[in-house]
Write a protein that binds this ligand. Structure first.
Ligand SMILES: [Cu+2]
Length: 290
């Protein structure tokens, strides 16, 4: 997979101990009996996609929309033809097919190939463009000096996130660690590297059209960019045990200034609370660019 790098030394320790205290962030392991971090969305039944909060999510939505338009058009043509055939030949006695003429077979083959070329060709080109420009294009977060890097450690049943802090280096005293609480600046690339310490989890940001497997023993990565400020769900989409349904967090996109001041204060408190003997708090890996 292009979207992943092999795991260097992932020293994610056994979990269950809290990291350093952060201001305004969930830093303690979630209590299994506590209310959900994010209230379930109770809205009217809808067939539409979740709102799009990503700078690039519109391209995924456009692909889905064109796929649906093709499906609708093909279904309309096929059902229409079926209806015509049933009505027009309702009194026909002959039931065995004659295989058609050469000409009719050529028509069928040509039509099938034409439909395949147009429908699958459009989807292929759209997908390929998205992979090239966005999903696999790590040059964007790598070359943008504002990029926020986050290491996420998935485990039963929460998301533990690590920020490099003010010094920009992971594995130092000012690393900021949060639980089920992702904070990012709006309008800035966010580069996520993801591991799991137990079973396979699925990191999902529905409003950002982001899905990424968290697999024990390897580091997967993706990037996205919040189009605006707000708060959205971060969910696990891979059934991962009895409390899978509780494995939810919240992603908050702040203004760049609010994000910077949060990180500054959280890093300051992390330095104060740093405990060199708390082995469980010192997970992480060397950030590598593919
Ligand atoms: Cu999970």
């Amino acid at each position: 997979m292009l979207a992943s790098v092999s795991a260097p030394s992932v020293s994610a320790a056994p979990l269950g101990t809290s990291g350093p205290a952060q201001p305004g962030a969930s830093t303690a392991p979630p209590d299994a009996q506590a209310p959900l971090a994010v209230a379930p969305v109770r809205g009217a039944w809808t067939l539409s996609l979740p709102e799009n909060a990503s700078a690039h999510g519109g391209r995924i939505d456009a692909l889905l929309a064109s796929s649906h338009r093709f499906e609708l058009a093909l279904a309309a043509v096929m059902f229409g033809w079926l209806l015509v055939a049933v009505v027009r030949f309702r009194n026909a006695r002959r039931v065995s097919p004659d295989g058609g003429t050469r000409r009719s077979r050529a028509w069928v083959l040509g039509l099938a190939l034409g439909v395949f070329g147009v429908v699958d060709g459009t989807l292929f080109l759209g997908s390929e463009g998205y992979l090239r420009d966005v999903l696999w294009n790590f040059r964007v977060p790598a070359e943008d000096p504002r990029t926020v890097r986050i290491q996420i450690n998935a485990h039963q049943w929460s998301w533990e996130a690590r920020y490099a802090g003010q010094d920009g280096a992971f594995g130092t005293k000012d690393d900021v660690v949060t639980w089920n609480d992702l904070r990012v600046p709006a309008g800035v690339p966010v580069w996520v590297q993801l591991v799991s310490t137990d079973v396979v989890h699925g990191f999902s940001l529905p409003a950002f059209r982001v899905k990424l497997d968290a697999i024990p023993g390897r580091v997967n990565q993706t990037w996205f960019q919040a189009a605006r400020e707000g708060a959205w769900e971060a969910a696990c989409y891979q059934h991962c045990g009895t409390s899978h349904y509780r494995m939810r967090g919240i992603l908050t996109a702040l203004s760049p200034e609010a994000y910077a001041s949060w990180l500054h204060e959280a890093g300051r408190q992390a330095v104060q609370a740093y405990d060199p003997d708390d082995a469980a708090a010192h997970w992480g890996w060397v950030w590598r660019t593919p």
